[in-house]
Design a protein around this ligand. Structure first.
Ligand SMILES: Nc1ncnc2c1ncn2[C@@H]1O[C@H](COP(=O)(O)OP(=O)(O)O)[C@@H](O)[C@H]1O
Ligand SMILES: [Mg+2]
Length: 406
């Protein structure tokens, strides 16, 4: 959705975004709505209730939060609100005119509960400032942060276009198209990481493509809640908040989250793009998180057999459970992504694969049979070398002893 501003449109999109009804249910309702309007005007909200897709309580709650938030956004000085563009897991996004420069911007208004957490507010401003220093064609530019009517807001570049999540909903990406998009996001991340900023929430809904086909990574510098585990839990049970792309170390609540968490999120996004499926599913967020921690990933080329072995390998390395087993940096990842684009094998992935198998052996972890065979071969070669060396030295010692005895 780009410039639509009708209440029905906002209500429908939010009901889907918040997991109250499915996309298909919304589409069916809109069709029905258009039919009925010919004779008797009806609100989408009423129709969704009548068709049993949402409850009256859910509708009332959604209506109230739209009203509250709208009242606040109109109090932000210097901006004229043009309409709402969307709502996600934690905020509303509006299209607005920045009056001083007469340009279109997007404003994200955080829910009131964020204001009550001083630690979050502090991080919100700190990360906003860090993002303000970034300047990259593949990053949604941060413009301003502030507070109005008890709500905190974040002003950013407005992107006319759609998110990768919208495209995935229509079907999987071709390998070639996916690689092009992932490369652009990787450039955005390399820039952010070189400035000490980790995104922490790389996912299809945060990747937009504008009308010139330029990829834009959104929400850079938008601090997540205190810990990711808290954020994920507070979203429990809501389809929109399910942690499909979160790195294992974020789930474990590690505080030294680094760029490798973004590599995981990007890998999970890549996976979803080329297979049409998220890496791990579950009935609730805790089940999904457990799988991120422990369940072995089904290789992407087992799901979509048309995929090249190379792309599958790159995704597997990006999504390694231990961050030590992933690419060390986005630069290293880019070497492989560019090789894939040219139809060459991903050499960095090969290298990391070897290293990780050896390291896991040292730790006494079990490795797969296939890996084992390869490793055993290496050990055998090592044994052989030791034996030859041993024999040679024994002979040498014998000669010396003989010479001394003579
Ligand atoms: N800078 C932007 N320009 C235009 N639309 C945006 C922008 N940022 C976000 N949006 C739209 O608003 C929606 C909600 O965004 P957000 O609150 O970040 O939630 P999420 O990332 O969970 O989807 C996005 O899915 C997108 O469609
Ligand atoms: Mg977002």
């Amino acid at each position: 959705m780009t410039s639509e501003t009708s209440y029905d449109t906002v209500f429908g999109k939010m009901a889907v975004d918040q997991g109250l009804c499915t996309n298909k249910e919304l589409r069916d309702s809109v069709k029905e709505l258009q039919e009925r309007r010919k004779v008797n005007p009806v609100m989408l909200q009423e129709l969704l209730i009548e068709l049993g897709y949402i409850t009256a309580t859910q509708a009332e709650r959604l209506k109230r939060s739209i009203r509250d938030n709208k009242a606040a956004v109109h109090q932000i000085p210097g901006y004229k609100i043009l309409g709402k563009v969307g709502a996600g897991a934690m905020a509303f996004v509006y299209k607005a005119k920045q009056l001083s420069l007469n340009r279109t911007v997007a404003i994200k208004v955080l829910p009131r509960r964020f204001t009550e957490n001083p630690e979050y507010v502090q991080r919100f401003y700190k990360e906003g400032q860090a993002a303000g220093k970034l300047n990259h064609p593949n990053i949604v530019q941060a413009i301003d942060v502030g507070e109005a009517g008890g709500y905190h807001y974040f002003v950013m570049e407005y992107v006319e276009g759609k998110t990768i999540a919208d495209d995935i909903a229509e079907g999987a990406f071709s390998e070639k198209d996916a690689i092009e998009i992932i490369i652009q996001v990787a450039h955005a991340l390399a820039h952010a990481h070189s400035h000490g900023l980790v995104h922490r929430d790389v996912k299809p809904k945060n990747i937009m493509v504008n009308q010139q086909n330029v990829v834009k990574l959104a929400d850079m510098g938008l601090a997540r809640e205190t810990t990711d585990i808290e954020a994920a839990q507070s979203e429990a049970g809501k389809a929109y908040g399910t942690p499909y792309y979160i790195a294992p170390e974020q789930i474990r609540g590690k505080i030294d989250i680094d760029g490798r968490a973004d590599i995981y999120g990007l890998g999970a996004t890549f996976y979803h793009m080329v297979t049409g499926q998220v890496p791990f599913t579950g009935d609730d967020s805790s089940e999904i998180m457990k799988k991120h921690l422990r369940e072995k990933l089904i290789p992407p080329d087992h799901i979509n057999t048309a995929l090249s072995a190379g792309v599958s390998e790159v995704i597997e390395i990006m999504m390694a459970k231990r961050r030590e087993d992933r690419y060390n940096s986005v630069e290293e990842l880019l070497v492989d992504l560019e090789a894939l684009r040219e139809g060459h094998p991903p050499l960095q992935a090969h290298k990391r694969f070897d290293v990780s198998v050896l390291e896991r052996l040292e730790e006494g972890d079990t490795v797969e049979a296939e890996d084992m065979a390869e490793t055993e071969e290496r050990i055998n070669r090592y044994r052989m070398a030791v034996m030859i060396l041993g024999t040679v030295s024994a002979v040498a010692v014998l000669i010396i002893v003989l010479m001394l005895a003579l």
